[in-house]
Design a binder for this molecule. Structure first.
Ligand SMILES: Nc1ncnc2c1ncn2[C@@H]1O[C@H](COP(=O)(O)OP(=O)(O)O)[C@@H](O)[C@H]1O
Ligand SMILES: [Mg+2]
Length: 253
């Protein structure tokens, strides 16, 4: 199982939209995909209709109350299972983690032979849970809204990745909510030149179908397959898979 975490400590930069559509595109290519929702807000869990306060969630996995097979659920989509989040995740303290920073990594180990990819949707925060998530990462995808706020503080994300991610973790930014105008191009140039963070060639355009997809709770490929965002997420997924193939063949990230 290869784990890609979708992280930026800023809210509203398309983490959840990216996690959902990335997972759906991977499943569409025939891969078995596990989505782990680490955001107590549970947007990805609600999207897949698996947010349920009466059922076990990732919280119980972190506190060692259940094995992962007892808190993962099938979704309505072939090839996608989910470990949902719950509001209770907010109340988990670092003392409650069964294996410290390696808790999630060790927790997922049990079921890692059942999936090709694990996509982790992250909360917009910087705390011990972020460190726990970082420890699981093979790849970090950083959704970046091309505005000034995204470049401010990008170093915080990189710090976290390099301090708490595995040594060979591969990091790349993905521009989202892209809108073709002068300011956007200036922001992109600013972010890539000043941060030195590599970015995917494909960008995700701003597109009204995204709101529709959230409203009807269906991935873009299932409800607006001809939209620009659906096409962009398909191209991004292809680029990611191509790149993973190269990494596996050459051993370079
Ligand atoms: N490509 C896009 N085009 C238009 N709107 C988008 C796009 N991506 C995200 N959004 C909007 O931004 C909001 C926040 O996206 P979300 O994925 O929930 O961000 P995050 O998880 O980073 O907080 C969504 O509710 C949606 O309205
Ligand atoms: Mg989110």
């Amino acid at each position: 199982m290869r784990t890609a975490i979708i992280y930026n400590h800023k809210g509203g930069c398309s983490k959840t939209v990216t996690a959902i559509n990335f997972a759906d595109n991977l499943a569409g290519r025939g891969y078995q995909v596990l989505v782990v929702d680490m955001d107590p807000q549970g947007n990805a869990s609600s999207f897949f209709r698996r947010y349920n306060i009466n059922k076990t969630s990732v919280r119980e996995l972190l506190t060692g109350e259940v094995r992962p097979s007892r808190c993962r659920y099938r979704t309505n989509y072939k090839g996608i299972d989910i470990i949902p989040s719950s509001l209770g995740l907010r109340a988990v303290t670092s003392d409650a983690l069964v294996a410290g920073r390696d808790t999630l990594k060790e927790g997922l180990w049990d079921i890692s032979d059942k999936y090709d990819y694990c996509i982790i949707d992250c909360p917009p925060s910087v705390d011990f849970l972020t460190e726990v998530i970082m420890a699981t990462a093979d790849d970090v995808v950083i959704p970046l809204k091309p505005d000034r706020f995204s470049s401010d503080g990008l170093w915080t994300v990189m710090d976290l990745v390099y301090n708490f991610g595995p040594e060979d973790v591969a990091v790349r930014g993905l521009f989202t909510q892209f809108y073709r105008n002068k300011d956007t191009f200036a922001s992109i140039r600013n972010i890539t030149e000043t941060s030195g963070v590599p970015v995917y060639d494909n960008v995700i355009r701003r597109c009204s179908a995204v709101d529709h997809s959230i409203l009807v709770r269906r991935p873009l490929a299932k409800c607006a397959s001809k939209s620009t965002a659906a096409q962009d997420y398909r191209d991004f997924t292809e680029e990611y898979l191509e790149w993973v193939k190269e990494v596996k063949e050459d051993g370079i990230a």
